[in-house]
Structures are given as C-alpha cells and as structure tokens.
Design a protein around this ligand. Structure first.
Ligand SMILES: [Fe+2]
Ligand SMILES: [Fe+2]
Length: 245
C-alpha cells in the first residue's frame, strides 16, 4: 500500500517518535497534553508499539481519545503488549478508527517520505542469533523472526521515495538495547531486521521495546537507529524523539 499525501517533497520533515506508551484502563487522558505539544513540534507522529499495556480494547479507546488532540498524521506499529489479551484485531480497529495509520508489513508515503512498519520479533543479534535447530518450537520462533524480516523486505520494495523511515517495535541492533540486562538481549530484537534494512537506503530506523536501552545506534551498513521508548533519555529533553529526515 502506497499512499500519496501532500506535495511538500523537497523539504525536511520533522518526525516525532515515541514508543511504549503502555496505556492502562485506569489512566485518564494520559497523553492528551503531550500529543498537543507534539503537534506543534513535528510534522508527523510515529508510535513504535506497546501502545496499550495489556492489549485491551478499553486501553486502545483511551489512547484513541487522546489522539484527538494530535493535529498531525499518526503512524504506528503494534508491540508485544498489544497482543497480550488476544484482542489485537479489535485494538487495531479502534486505533484505525481513531485515525492511526497502523503498519503491519506495509509502507505509506507522506510528503515525500516513505514510512515502512512491522512489529519485528525476538531472536538475538549477530553471530549469537537463535538458529533454526532442534525442537519444532525453536524452529517456529526462528521462522517467525525470519517472517517479520521478510515482511519488512516486501514492504521496503514498495517504497518509491528517496527518504524512508523504518518503524519497528523490536530492536534491529544490539547497541540500542545496551543498558538492559545482558541475559534478555535475545528477547529484545533480532539482527535479521538490520540485515533487511541494510539492503535498502534508509534515512532513520525507530523502535521501542527496550525500556532501559540507549537512544542511538547504527546498523552495520550505517543506517541511524533510534530507541524511542518512553523513558529513554533523548536529545529533545522530552519523552519523544525529534528526528529530521
Ligand atoms: Fe514496552
Ligand atoms: Fe514491548
């Protein structure tokens, strides 16, 4: 899916990126003011998953309501938490009805910038990645990780713009999960995503999931990667990152 919107194709786009909102049922307008602020600071808001805390429709409704305060386009991927209650289709429906352009293996174009989104998956990094060997459940996990990378690749192929932003929940590189316990690195992302990204020209990659990771890293081929999870310290000094592409 490629969507044309506007014609401001030469200029710099200010992307506000934020992940791991974890909206809970008992939250009251948790992000309304922040979204209003972001609308003034950026041209587009990108949300990198774990939008809800337990994947409950009520949580999605609270977020959708707050997003009414957001006057700029909103692009998002879901995270693992959004799957927790087995209501992911309903959660997605509520967010889409609230105007969120939810990406799950697609690309859209906004003002000359392509946005490509998948959730991604676990599996680990570099030579220590989990391999497809042994029990069927291990093989299924590796297959899921490869499938997400493939879906990212297929979406990347549809991008016709020079500038592209990749939106993920899981990390594509280990650098931006540094700060998390070493033991859980393999559950925070997969290098298979970076291998795919590096086959294309990418202006920026944003992800969340590693709440205690590090803001900035790079893929092996040099694409900038930003961990924009809510509590990561960012150069903007705000909960969201501001990235110019
Ligand atoms: Fe999270
Ligand atoms: Fe997560």
């Amino acid at each position: 899916m490629t969507e044309q919107n506007g014609d401001n194709k030469g200029g710099v786009m200010k992307v506000a990126a934020l992940g791991d909102l974890h909206v809970k049922e008992d939250h009251s307008a948790p992000y309304r003011e922040l979204f209003a602020e972001i609308s003034k600071a950026a041209d587009v808001l990108v949300l990198t998953g774990d939008l809800t805390d337990l994947g409950k429709p009520k949580e999605a409704e609270i977020l959708a309501e707050d997003l009414r305060a957001c006057a700029i386009p909103v692009i998002a991927v879901l995270g693992n938490h959004d799957y927790e209650s087995g209501c992911v289709e309903e959660v997605a429906k509520i967010l889409k009805a609230g105007g969120v352009r939810l990406l799950d293996g697609q690309a859209i174009e906004l003002d000359g910038v392509g946005f490509v989104g998948v959730k991604g998956f676990i599996g680990g990094f570099g030579r220590r990645m989990l391999g497809s060997f042994g029990e069927p459940t291990i093989k299924a996990m590796v297959a899921e990780s490869m499938s997400e990378a493939l879906r990212l690749e297929n979406a990347m192929r549809t991008v016709r713009t020079k500038r592209a932003v990749v939106v993920l929940h899981y990390a594509p590189v280990p650098e931006t999960v540094e700060g998390e316990p070493l033991e859980i690195f393999p559950f925070l992302g997969s290098s298979r995503l970076a291998e795919t990204i590096d086959r294309f020209q990418v202006s920026a990659v944003v992800h969340g999931h590693a709440h205690r990771g590090k803001y900035e890293g790079r893929t092996p081929a040099g694409a900038p990667v930003y961990n924009v999870a809510m509590h990561i310290e960012k150069p903007s000094g705000r909960p969201y990152a501001l990235i110019e592409v």
